[in-house]
Design a protein around this ligand. Structure first.
Ligand code: NAD
Ligand code: MG
Length: 387
């Protein structure tokens, strides 16, 4: 029997956050919700809070706080803004789940590492922007840092089979669904709309990661994420397109074995695993029958049609400010695409322009990274937005 664990969820109103609450709901004796945070959707945060009654909540502004208070049926502490997220890390908790999207998660993650012994990390942008510093902190404080991203959870589970011994591993492979456009004629990419791009074939996810999947940026970010989480050199991280999203990752060992992690594309498995680790508990979520997993296919990604995959890897290899600028520029570009201000092809163009503009910046500390991230996000070069 597992002792009850108190859990704080950063970003409980999102796709990962709501599924984490499904896991908590499925194991009511095991998880006690200690804190939740939301951003725009105060209505949903209030519903979650009224159900789980966490003693502390965080919203982005005083306005949202008043709105939230009017909807609550109990009287928790309500903290506000980025400082509220950081303050929340002082709450006593067994597990922190980081399910905020983007580098907005950076301040609370950095604050949490010295204080929280078990962090389940779904957010990838913080690892892309500040992976070296974050992983140094994780090692220094011996924080248990469990990936939730499905490919990284899969890699984590495969690498456990070789005791995380890098000498046993020849290379690792992340699978990519290819997103909604991997078979579409690239000559028609200029007419892709945001609603086309939001329709992911296998996963139901937040808007930002859905667009990242449609550009294959997501897999580029995940290569950088894997590099930091597991210390695997970039040359040894491969990507294959696997449209069914059944195999989430492979490792090939030096003695010729290929270990694969398979499962239905359902984020509740990796979320549950990260929340119960190192225990494995019988899941209430429907599992796949092996006969449903047949016909697995793997393809080379089309690197020309999806240039953000290689651009991400190139920025990851370069290190320093390149991944910071690249990641922030992508967050901006995705937002502009979602609001119809730039085209699908304009995402790549916008990122290239930002990389060029900020090429001589420097950032060596977390504060520098947060500052540079903010500068990129508030910068708008009108000529890059016309594509
Ligand atoms: P989402 O957009 O559905 O939810 C994001 C959450 O973050 C929401 O609760 C929102 O209120 C909160 N948030 C947004 N902006 C914020 C800000 N500025 N400050 C504080 N909170 C803010 O996103 P998601 O799909 O759940 O993804 C969350 C993270 O997990 C992302 O980094 C994503 O790459 C990663 N991830 C998601 C999936 C998935 O299936 N959805 C899979 C793997 C990894
Ligand atoms: Mg993933």
């Amino acid at each position: 029997m597992m002792r009850q664990r108190s859990v704080v969820i950063l970003g409980s109103t999102g796709s990962i956050g709501t599924q984490a609450l499904d896991v908590a709901r499925a194991f009511p004796d095991l998880f006690h919700i200690q804190g939740l945070t939301g951003h725009n959707n105060v209505q949903l945060l209030a519903e979650q809070a009224n159900e789980f009654k966490p003693p502390t909540l965080v919203v982005p502004s005083d306005e949202k706080k008043s709105e939230l208070l009017s909807l609550l049926t109990y009287a928790p502490e309500v903290l506000v803004g980025e400082s509220g997220l950081v303050q929340l890390m002082d709450v006593t908790m067994d597990i922190l789940l980081v399910a905020i999207v983007g580098t907005a998660a950076l301040p609370p993650v950095v604050a949490a590492i010295p204080k929280v012994s078990h962090i389940a990390i779904a957010n990838k942008e913080v690892l892309v922007a500040a992976g070296s510093i974050i992983m140094d902190l994780v090692r220094k404080h011996q924080t248990r840092f469990i990936p939730v991203d499905s490919e990284h959870s899969a890699l984590f589970q495969c690498l456990a089979a070789v005791d995380f011994n890098s000498e046993s591993v020849k290379h690792v492979t992340l699978t990519a669904s290819g997103g909604p456009f991997w078979q579409r004629d690239p000559n028609t990419f200029s007419s892709i709309s945001a609603s086309d791009a939001l329709k992911h074939p296998n996963w139901d996810m937040g808007a930002k990661i859905s667009i990242d999947s449609a550009t294959m940026m997501n897999k580029g970010l995940e290569v950088i994420e894997a590099h930091h989480l597991f210390g695997v050199p970039f040359d040894d991280i491969h990507v294959v397109v696997h449209p069914k999203s059944i195999v989430h990752a492979f490792i090939e060992t030096v003695d010729g074995a290929i270990l694969a992690h398979m499962g239905r594309p359902d984020m509740r498995y990796p979320i549950q695993y990260a929340m119960t680790y190192p225990k494995r508990l019988s899941t209430p979520f429907q599992q796949a029958a092996l006969t449903q997993l047949s016909g697995l296919e793997f393809f080379e990604p089309n690197r020309k049609a999806f240039p953000l995959l290689d651009l991400a890897i190139q920025c990851g290899r370069q290190g320093g400010v390149a991944p910071v600028v690249f990641n922030a520029a992508n967050e901006v570009a995705v937002q502009l695409f979602l609001t119809g201000e730039i085209s699908y092809l304009g995402i790549h163009a916008t990122i290239l322009g930002m990389l060029d503009y900020f090429s001589s910046s420097v950032a060596s500390t977390i504060d520098d990274i947060i500052h540079l991230d903010h500068r990129v996000k508030t910068h708008r070069l009108s000529h890059q937005l016309t594509d």
